[in-house]
Design a protein. Structure first.
Length: 580
C-alpha cells in the first residue's frame, strides 16, 4: 500500500498537512471525518441538497437522525412516546425479532445506498422498498463516511451523543447556525424532576416487584414470559428492586421536607444543593453505573411487558434516569470539575402544579393546573446557566478542531468567553450590505402622539392599533418599492389587520401599495412571495407591502422562511417590526 501523499507535489503536500495536520498524512491512517451539524433536520436537508450540487457529491455521506424520522417498523413507529419507542426498538433488536434490523448487514452494500447522497427522506423510502432499518443503516454508513450530518443537540447532549455512538476523537466538528449553540448547551445540561415523577418511579418498581413475585410463585416454569414477542424475562434480582424502592422512598422524604416560602415564589439554591439532596438518598457518583444499569433494565422490562399502548412503560424511571445522566454527566469528578459544576448551576424548588380530577372538564379536557392544597409536591429545576459547561464536555472528547459558523456571532470576544473555549482562528467578514444602505431606528410614538407599546397589556388597545396603522400608512407614502411589516405572532397580525380594515387604514394603504399577507400554509406562502416580487418589479405600481410574522415559516419543513423576503431586494424598501 502506498503512503498517503507519496507522489504529491511538495507544495500540495504542505497544503494538505496544514489543512488536516500531520497525524494521517504520510501514514496509513484514514483522514479525519467531518461532522457537520445544524439546529434542525430541515436545515440539514438544505445543506445536504446543496452538497448534491457541488463537485464533492462523490463523497460518502451519512445523515444521522432519530427513530422518529427513520423508524419504519409498523409497531414501533406508531409509538408516540419517544422514550418508549427507543426501548421497544432495543428489545426487538436484542431479541432479533425486527425484520428490518435483521436485513441491515445484508443490504449495507446495496448499490442504491452507495451511488449518491441520501437524505433522511430518501433513506426511509429505500428502507421501506428493500426493506431494511434506516435508523441502523445510518450507523453502518457512518463507519466509512467522509461527512456525517446531524442536529447539533446530538453533539451537545452527552447522553444523546453516547446513545448514537458519535465519535469525536480526531474528527472535525462544524456547527452551522452556531448562534443557537449557547442556548442548546444550557438546555442539554438542564433537567426538571417532580414529586409526581418520583411517585411514578415508586409505582413502577412496585408493579415490577409484584410481577416478579407472580412469576416466582408460579408452579409451571412456562408461566414466566420469556418469548420476546410477548415480553421480556426479568434481568435483575428481587433484592435490586427492594434497594431501588428504598432509595426512592428516602429521596421522596428528602424532597417533601424542602422548605418553601409562603408566597409561592419558590426557593433558589446553589448548584451543589442537587448533590446534597441526592446524597440524602445515598445516590452518589460512585453508584451511578449500578443505578443506571438497573434503571435501563427495568425500563426495557416495562416496555416489553406492557399490554396496552396507554400504559406508562417506565416514564417515571426514564425521567429519573435522565436526571442521573444530567447531574452526574461525568463518571468521576475532580475537585476542580465539581467546583465548576456548582458555579454553573442553580437549583430552583417550587410547588408542583397538578391537574384537578373530576368536574365538567374531567376526561377529554384538562382542567386548569393548580397547586395541591395540603401536602404539596415539589418541582425541582436543575438549571445550567453556563454554556461553557456543555462545550467543555464536547472539547474533552478529543475533536481535532471545532468550527462555529453563523451570520450573527459578533461580538466574537464575548461569544468565546461565554463558551469558555479558546478560538485561535477567527474570521469576521463584512456584511454584503454597505453601511450607507441601512438605517435603523425606533419609532416610539404614532402621528397622534400615542405610545407604540406592543406589550401584551397594550397590544389589544384599539387606539394603539389605530396609531400603528396610521404610522405604517404615513411611511408607505415616502418609502419606494418594497415595505415589509413583521408582527410578533399570527394573533397580533390578525387583530391589527381587522382593526385597520374597520378603521379605513387598510383601504388607504392598499391604494398606495398592493398588500400581501403571509398565509398559514407554506404552499400558499410561496405563491404570495412570487406575487409580491412581481408587484415590486412592475413599474405600474409603487412597490408593494408584505405583512408577515417574524420567523413564522422558518421552523416548517421545506419552507424558505419569511427572511427570504429580505434577500431578493436588500437595498429596496423598509423592514418594519410592528411590536416585539
Amino acid at each position: 500500500m502506498r503512503q498517503a501523499g507519496a507522489d504529491l507535489p511538495l507544495a500540495l503536500t504542505a497544503q494538505l498537512a496544514g489543512g488536516v495536520g500531520q497525524s494521517w498524512l504520510g501514514t496509513r491512517m484514514a483522514p479525519p471525518k467531518i461532522i457537520y451539524s445544524s439546529r434542525t433536520h430541515s436545515q440539514l436537508s438544505q445543506a445536504v441538497g446543496e452538497m448534491k450540487r457541488t463537485a464533492y457529491k462523490y463523497m460518502k455521506v451519512s445523515v444521522i437522525g432519530s427513530r422518529d424520522q427513520l423508524c419504519v417498523h409498523p409497531e414501533v413507529s406508531k409509538e408516540t412516546n419517544n422514550n418508549s419507542k427507543v426501548h421497544m426498538c432495543q428489545v426487538k433488536v436484542k431479541a432479533k425479532t425486527c425484520h428490518y434490523y435483521n436485513q441491515v448487514e445484508a443490504k449495507r452494500e446495496d448499490p442504491e445506498l452507495r451511488l449518491g447522497i441520501l437524505d433522511i427522506e430518501d433513506l426511509v423510502k429505500l428502507g421501506k422498498k428493500k426493506p431494511f432499518c434506516p435508523y441502523y443503516m445510518t450507523r453502518e454508513l457512518r463507519k466509512d463516511g467522509d461527512i456525517i450530518f446531524m442536529p447539533y443537540n446530538y453533539l451537545l447532549d452527552p447522553k444523546t451523543r453516547k446513545a448514537h455512538g458519535v465519535e469525536l476523537e480526531g474528527n472535525i466538528v462544524i456547527f452551522d447556525e452556531a448562534h443557537n449553540v449557547e442556548k442548546m448547551c444550557e438546555e442539554a445540561a438542564s433537567h426538571q424532576f417532580s414529586s409526581t415523577d418520583l411517585a411514578l418511579c415508586i409505582d413502577d418498581v412496585t408493579q415490577v416487584m409484584k410481577k416478579v413475585q407472580e412469576n416466582s410463585d408460579a408452579s409451571d416454569a412456562a408461566a414466566a414470559i420469556t418469548d420476546a414477542s410477548q415480553g421480556q424475562a426479568e434481568d435483575f434480582l428481587p433484592d435490586d428492586l427492594y434497594t431501588l424502592k428504598a432509595l426512592f422512598l428516602e429521596l421522596e422524604k428528602a424532597i417533601d421536607v424542602i422548605p418553601l416560602p409562603a408566597d409561592g415564589s419558590g426557593a433558589t439554591h446553589p448548584g451543589g444543593y442537587m448533590f446534597e439532596l441526592l446524597e440524602k438518598a445515598e445516590i452518589t457518583p460512585n453508584k451511578k453505573t449500578i443505578i443506571v444499569e438497573l434503571l435501563e433494565k427495568l425500563i426495557q422490562y416495562l416496555t416489553a411487558n406492557s399490554s396496552s399502548p396507554f400504559q406508562r412503560k417506565g416514564a417515571g424511571l426514564q425521567k429519573f434516569l435522565d436526571l442521573i445522566y444530567t447531574v452526574y454527566s461525568r463518571d468521576c469528578f475532580s475537585q476542580e470539575q465539581m467546583d465548576f459544576v456548582k458555579s454553573s448551576y442553580k437549583v430552583h424548588v417550587s410547588v408542583e402544579e397538578v391537574r384537578k380530577k373530576g368536574g365538567p372538564q374531567d376526561g377529554w379536557h384538562a382542567a386548569k393546573a393548580t397547586a395541591l392544597p395540603s401536602k404539596a409536591g415539589r418541582l425541582i429545576s436543575y438549571w445550567c446557566f453556563h454554556p461553557g459547561f456543555g462545550m467543555q464536555s464536547l472539547v474533552e472528547q478529543g475533536a481535532k478542531c471545532v468550527i462555529l459558523t453563523s451570520g450573527t456571532l459578533s461580538p466574537m470576544d464575548s461569544f468565546a468567553s461565554e463558551l469558555q473555549v479558546p478560538f485561535p482562528v477567527q474570521l469576521e467578514n463584512p456584511h454584503v450590505i454597505q453601511k450607507h444602505q441601512v438605517w435603523a431606528g425606533v419609532i416610539c410614538c404614532g402621528p397622534d402622539g400615542f405610545t407604540l407599546n406592543s406589550s401584551f397589556r397594550c397590544r389589544s388597545d384599539p387606539q394603539y392599533k389605530r396609531s400603528l396603522g396610521q404610522t405604517i400608512l404615513n411611511l408607505s407614502r415616502v418609502i419606494p418599492d418594497g415595505l415589509l411589516v413583521f408582527f410578533p405572532s399570527y394573533t397580533v397580525m390578525k387583530d391589527c389587520l381587522e382593526g385597520w380594515q374597520n378603521s379605513g387604514v387598510w383601504s388607504k394603504l392598499s391604494e398606495r401599495k398592493p398588500i400581501f399577507v403571509e398565509p398559514r400554509m407554506k404552499n400558499e406562502f410561496l405563491t404570495a412571495m412570487q406575487e409580491y416580487y412581481e408587484k415590486i418589479n412592475d413599474p405600474a405600481f409603487r412597490g408593494a407591502c408584505f405583512m408577515a410574522v417574524c420567523r413564522g415559516k422558518q421552523g416548517q419543513e421545506g419552507s424558505p422562511g419569511t427572511r427570504r423576503l429580505c434577500s431578493r431586494h436588500p437595498t429596496r424598501g423598509l423592514l418594519l417590526s410592528a411590536g416585539s
